[in-house]
Design a protein around this ligand. Structure first.
Ligand code: GAP
Length: 488
């Protein structure tokens, strides 16, 4: 698939625009247009419904060790700065960057193919003979801001680089305010911000993006089983929504890639068309995080000691005595099992997905060019976005064949009935073949046409976007017919 064609379609049809485009754009920021906002919302809604609101805590899902509960959360984007000190982001959330002293360009050190400035080939010959890259330097990816009108450096805060920490710091609040019992998960969808050194590949690496994260709390003895359950459950979610081909894969991290506290991490990856052959980009990570996060927020920032165990990182205080480098909240974030009376720090499984990367993968997967007959029956190349009906931005379009003989009135009646249930589009302009083409590009699964026969027998045609099959149903049955096919 040609990525340039997809990018052009996204702009032309209103899926995605460059942010602040009229001012030349801002690198790493994107706006979702009328079709894009519906697509991304459908993906987030499908995730929320399948993971949270539609989860039935009375029934054990296939592959799950036991039944479990799921609840939601919406935490603030700006949190107490100590959160990021204890989570490790303040000290460790850095990329190594290098600058070119000649062209003033800046790159992530791990993205450079050689010790040369990548701009070199695109400039005039000889211009970069004295080209020099600086030594790699650390660059913290968190966006800094100042809280309050009188604020100085001591009032500095950060835009969250992940939604996860909002869940950890509310663990006790959720336990105390609901009746959830371990095992249970807390889910959150929201914006995260990372000052990426080289945002690129359309929305794949952005500076502002949305995450869909679950922190699943369980007993340490069952955490490996829960990790395996979430890894497989999340993979199935993407395949069920249409990322079913070879471009999607699940990759378990090698033992030496794992964090010291983790028994397993897997990435769900997609072979995006902008990557080299054989390369995959991460859509979601499923990580076993042990008790690292809750302990860090209780005790202070943890590091691994010589024996490989986690302990609070210490530093020399003003009086020469050792003190914690970053103090925790001091709150008790352990959990007491009411039946066994056992008190323990829960282990955490974290399925962490990117809503924008998911949206981009569904856009790439949906893009097809095939042959379809035009108004005169001649075969023409059409561009069609084959979205799964659940995530398609517009579910149905209604057309009167011509703008006379009562057809617009009959079509509008069907449109009004459908619109109560779904995002529906009404179009009476131009040749009907052209109207079908526009809906194919938008990925609308069903087009309903009111024609001469409608006025005689009350039936309309429904056209399937992918098979191009057309069949007739009674006008009164259209809503039921479309509902049956969209809510699969
Ligand atoms: N709490 C764990 C965490 O944030 P991560 O692998 O850094 O883990 C999770 O991020 C997901 O967020 C990624 O798999 C990706 O889908 C998305 N993501 C991360 N950085 C991104 C960026 N700069 N632009 C778009 N999506 C991003």
């Amino acid at each position: 698939m040609d990525m340039d064609k997809l990018v052009a379609l996204c702009r032309r049809r209103g899926f995605l625009f460059q942010s602040s485009e009229i001012y030349g754009g801002l690198n790493g920021f994107w706006d979702y247009g009328p079709l894009g906002v519906e697509l991304k919302r459908n993906i987030k809604d499908a995730w929320w419904r399948d993971m949270v609101s539609g989860h039935n805590e009375l029934v054990k899902p296939a592959g799950a060790p036991t039944t479990y509960e799921m609840v939601g959360l919406d935490a603030a984007i700006i949190m107490h700065p100590q959160v990021w000190k204890c989570s490790g982001h303040f000290d460790l959330f850095c990329d190594m960057m290098v600058d070119c002293k000649v062209c003033k360009g800046r790159w992530r050190a791990d993205h450079l193919q050689s010790a040369e400035c990548p701009q070199k080939p695109s400039k005039r010959p000889g211009e970069f003979e004295k080209c020099q890259l600086t030594e790699p330097r650390e660059f913290n990816l968190m966006f800094k801001t100042i809280v309050g009108a009188m604020g100085g450096e001591e009032d500095a805060a950060f835009l969250r680089p992940e939604t996860a920490q909002g869940i950890f710091v509310n663990f006790k609040n959720v336990c105390d305010s609901t009746r959830v019992k371990i095992p249970f998960g807390i889910a959150q969808v929201g914006k995260s911000f990372r000052n990426e050194i080289t945002p690129r590949n359309f929305t794949f690496r952005s500076r502002e993006f949305e995450q869909m994260e679950i922190e699943f709390f369980c007993h340490p003895t069952s955490s490996r089983k829960w990790y395996e359950y979430w890894r497989d459950r999340r993979m199935k979610w993407y395949t069920d929504l249409g990322l079913a081909g070879e471009r999607l894969r699940l990759r378990e991290h090698d033992k030496d890639e794992l964090s010291h506290y983790s028994v397993g991490t897997a990435d769900i990856e997609y072979a995006f068309p902008f990557l080299a052959a054989g390369e995959y980009g991460e859509l979601e990570g499923i990580a076993h995080r042990g008790d690292f996060d809750l302990r860090s927020h209780m005790e202070g920032k943890l590091v691994k000691n010589a024996e490989g165990c986690l302990e609070v990182e210490m530093m020399e205080g003003p009086d020469g005595k050792k003190m914690p480098k970053h103090r925790g909240s001091g709150r008790d974030l352990t959990y007491r099992d009411e039946t066994s009376n056992e008190r323990f720090t829960p282990h955490v499984i974290e399925p962490s997905a990117g809503a924008d990367r998911g949206t981009l993968a569904f856009l790439c997967e949906a893009y097809h060019e095939d042959q379809a007959p035009d108004d005169k029956g001649n075969m023409q190349t059409r561009t069609v976005m084959k979205f799964h009906p659940r995530i398609a931005p517009v579910k149905a379009a209604v057309f009167p064949l011509v703008k006379k003989d009562g057809m617009p009135e009959a079509a509008k009646e069907i449109y009004i009935a459908l619109k109560r249930r779904f995002v529906t589009f009404y179009d009476e302009k131009g040749a009907v073949g052209r109207r079908y083409r526009r809906q194919d590009e938008a990925g609308t699964p069903f087009c309903i046409t009111v024609d001469g026969q409608t006025l005689q027998d009350g039936t309309v045609t429904i056209r399937d976007r992918d098979s191009l099959e057309q069949w007739r149903v009674k006008s009164a049955d259209v809503v039921e017919e479309v509902t049956k096919r969209v809510e699969v």
